[in-house]
Design a protein around this ligand. Structure first.
Ligand code: ADP
Length: 550
């Protein structure tokens, strides 16, 4: 028997129209580095999105299904592209401007992007790549910055100015009726552990994911909030915030290219966001900044941290500043919201703590299971560790296979029954809280036992003289692999390896303690600010680290 309900497609267009109409006066504030930021209402941004769609269709000839790339910071124009491109039936392809040039070239060609909207400040990165980007027919330049690099560019692509392109065009658009399952946006994985792979989000997956982001068991923001979106719009759709904001009228504060700790602290003090989202390294940097130069962060009631494991010591430090950190887990393949660590009801602050340091619980739209080494499903007993697999309406079922190609389902990423293999190893408690112990590729396999690199890192980073620490597996004749601890000390710190090892011994089993130690000036980071352990492993193999054995 069929239902009697209407079947309205869940599309990005609906989110755009809703935000423009119902939350017309909510604001997007973009930091400019000038005394005054740029301010724009949702209605204005929506109208500009309509103008952009007209320009893309009429002037650039962008058609249904065409990929339009963005190479941009977080700003109002990027948000306009976020809505214009999918709503007109084309596919938004956000490019990570921190990727190595050869990866960017590979990704643009693989996606066969026809046009790219680029911030002028990023032109020095784009222009040298243009000879290798034959599919790009149009370059749309936006925002402040020198455009002279384009003058001698080796490309047949036409160059447009964003503001000139949209000027004078109609402020409304007769948006097409789209199939909710059609492609709306795509994003390649950042390749922390391998080659980039294209994930293609549907209108439906974005719509449902946005609703989840807005639920109080997730980020739970309303039009009374302002969110500081530090997580880049090219990093898994800024964790869904751009779409979520238009759904509930959340005011948006965009940092543009001012992502250093000092301007971030200044924008928080001046613009008073109530929420912010970013990876742990951003929060580490901001903490060091406000410790040295105190600022008023009191407006920021809560912060979403994800992308890599948040060291508990960092959470505690923000607790002391009155900023509540909520830990979240996700991936490019999961849109990204997979879990969030709100403690269950009715607990004291002390009782909440063990829940807050986990990766959290699955929302109703995400199912999880743990798979052991023999492919067996493991119980949720808080002890049995296995690879996490997930499924749900905003979880990828395949990777983009290129124009005309079939979707790709590598056996190491998708189970035969269609679940996504996350590559993350962890346990789930009987009450459903996920604790990730490591990435499968980072876990240290010592004499048949597993050592969690994340656990060692968290324990090290709890030492008051340690700024950062990354632990990687290195080959060992006797045990197969053993941990190497690479440590960044705080300025002026003098603590020795022996003391650190003793300190670790307070929380970590003796057989897991690293015997190899090296001081490094900074932990190498990936394009989205995660610890880049590939680089440390290579540095060790090439003898570039000054290693002491204890
Ligand atoms: P990449 O795999 O290239 O880093 P993603 O941004 O998709 O690209 O990263 C997803 C991965 O990041 C997850 O599989 C997991 O290993 C890690 N991750 C994300 N959030 C967390 C978290 N809260 N705790 C631990 N690891 C996390």
């Amino acid at each position: 028997m069929l239902s009697t309900m209407q079947d309205a497609p869940l599309t990005v267009t609906r989110i755009l129209q809703h935000g423009m109409r119902i939350h017309a006066t909510s604001r997007i504030t973009t930091w400019t580095g000038e005394p005054e930021p740029q301010r724009r209402s949702f209605r204005e941004a929506g109208e500009r999105a309509s103008r952009l769609a007209h320009a893309l269709r009429d002037e650039l000839g962008i058609d249904t299904g065409d990929r339009v790339a963005t190479l941009m910071w977080n700003n109002a124009e990027h948000l306009e592209a976020y809505f214009a491109i999918p709503s007109m039936g084309a596919v938004l392809h956000t490019l990570n401007l921190r990727l190595p040039p050869e990866q960017l070239v590979w990704i643009v060609n693989h996606a066969a992007d026809r046009a790219v909207v680029v911030n002028a400040s990023v032109l020095p990165l784009l222009v040298p790549l243009l000879p290798h980007l034959p599919t790009i027919e149009h370059i749309v330049v936006s925002g402040p910055g020198d455009r002279s690099a384009l003058a001698g560019a080796d490309t047949a692509a036409r160059v447009h100015e964003y503001e000139e392109l949209i000027a004078g065009r109609p402020a409304s658009y007769d948006w097409p009726e789209l199939d909710e399952r059609s492609a709306a946006a795509m994003c390649y994985t950042s390749g922390t552990t391998g080659d980039p792979r294209g994930v293609v989000y549907s209108h439906r997956s974005i719509y449902l994911h946005s609703m989840q982001v807005n639920m109080s068991e997730s980020m739970g923001l309303t039009d009374k909030d302002t969110t500081l979106v530090v997580v880049p719009q090219f990093h898994v759709n800024a964790w869904g915030l751009p779409h979520a904001t238009f759904m509930t009228g959340i005011n948006v504060l965009m940092p543009d290219r001012f992502l250093q700790p000092a301007p971030l602290a200044e924008m928080i003090e001046r613009e008073k966001p109530t929420h912010a989202a970013a990876v742990p390294t951003i929060w580490q940097g901001l903490l060091a900044e406000v410790t040295a130069n105190p600022r008023d962060l009191s407006s920021m009631r809560h912060v979403t941290i994800g992308g890599s494991a948040c060291p508990p010591a960092l959470m505690k430090a923000y607790d002391k500043l009155g900023v509540r950190v909520c830990h979240a887990w996700g991936m490019t393949e999961t849109s990204p919201l997979g879990t969030m660590a709100h403690a269950p009801a009715g607990l004291s602050a002390d009782q909440e703590w063990p829940y807050r340091v986990t990766q959290g619980r699955f929302p109703a739209g995400v199912e999880g299971r743990l798979v052991g080494p023999e492919g067996e499903f493991l119980p949720w007993d808080g002890e049995s560790a296995g690879e996490l697999e997930v499924r749900g309406p905003w979880i990828a079922s395949a990777y983009y296979g290129g124009a005309g190609g079939e979707p790709i389902r590598p056996a190491d990423k998708f189970s035969e029954d269609g679940w996504l293999k996350t590559g993350d190893v962890g346990v789930i408690s009987p009450d459903g809280f996920l604790t990730l112990t490591d990435r499968a590729k980072d876990v240290i396999k010592s004499g048949g036992e597993w050592i969690s690199s994340v656990e060692l890192e968290n324990a090290l980073m709890a030492h008051p003289e340690v700024a950062e620490a990354a632990v990687v597996a290195v080959p060992d004749e006797r045990w197969g692999e053993r941990p190497l601890a690479t440590v960044v000390l705080k300025e002026g710190a003098t603590v020795g390896y022996g003391t650190l090892k003793e300190f670790l011994g307070g929380t970590v089993a003796k057989w897991q303690l690293p015997e190899r130690w090296a001081l490094i000036p900074a932990v190498p980071k990936t394009s989205v600010g995660k610890f880049d352990k590939k680089v440390i492993r290579r540095q060790y193999a090439d003898g570039e680290l000054d290693v002491t054995e204890l």
